[in-house]
Design a protein around this ligand. Sequence first.
Ligand code: TYM
Length: 335
Amino acid sequence: MSTKPRLFSGMQPSADSLQIGNYIGALLQWKEMQSTNDAIFCVVDLHALTVPQDPALLREQTRRTVAQYIAAGIDPERSILFIQSHVPAHPELAWILNTLTGFGEASRMTQFKDKAAKQGTDAASVGLFAYPTLMAADILLYDTNVVPVGDDQKQHIELTRDLANRFNSRFGTTFVVPEPVILKATARIYDLQNPEAKMSKSAASDSGVVWMLDEPSKTAKKIKAAVTDDDRVVRFDRAAKPGVSNLLTILSAFTSTPVADLEASFEGRGYGDLKSTVADAVVATFEPIRSRALELLADPAELDRILATNADRAEAIAQPKLDEVYDRIGLLPRR
Ligand code: TYM
């Protein structure tokens, strides 16, 4: 048994490529935390179904997400890297948690409210409403201690903690109550064209989204076209200078340099310089990740082999936990 803290996190395979916010807000931390934690990373395909998906595309995007995890430095031998739908304990525990979640409590989830408003409440599915309880199941099945995410996931982790405490006090201690790990400085990366809005895989326009698998020249062009302001000073000020602040956050993450040092180094230099520096830093990191991901995708059989082994490793942890839950709540075991 490992004595390291258990880490669990995941992403939806909801686009052909991950975007720079997924990389900075999640992947970069995941990679670094692998050595100090007993880490489990999931591609949450069942979550992706909460909005309409094309079947062939979903399969393709799922493999592409796996390839990007590995290319960005997730090691599927040291860590566990698996697909959510390969381990049926996830939706099974989610059902149990649904029965413990208040309708009002689920209705207060801001991500549900935002997504439902976007689609129109009538078009929003029950699955979308139950998204957070499936996420709670993901986390609680593995006795997770830490969950590294971007700040848009904070409320879901609070719900997960509430559900763990509720279950434990009603049925006896069963679940570990997890802690979110949200790095303040990089918790939210904004759209390059609309720096008031979070960058998202599902943004209406592609022009402000930096994709990990885009061609380097395209990435550089997008960054050079980022919206800034009429002022000329390279200074971090989220309220007054959202575009410049976002570029500084990105550069800071890609160069491991504090924002204050970057501000000092850009004194007397203009936005053109800043944008070129950011573009170079992002391309230098993403180019090898892109090549490696494309290489991995050229051999889908090998990827599927890795996923099969990893699903077994995940299931060996999740199934006994689900069995314990079924027993605690009084379901008659099948003999
Ligand atoms: P997803 O796929 O929407 O996002 C994956 C991760 O990327 C982070 N992120 C961002 N961080 C900073 N700036 C951004 N613009 C940005 N956009 C996305 C998200 O915070 C997230 O960490 N519900 C989860 C998936 C999930 C999960 C889980 C996570 C399902 N089960 C269990 C942790 C534990 C999600 O939003 O994925």
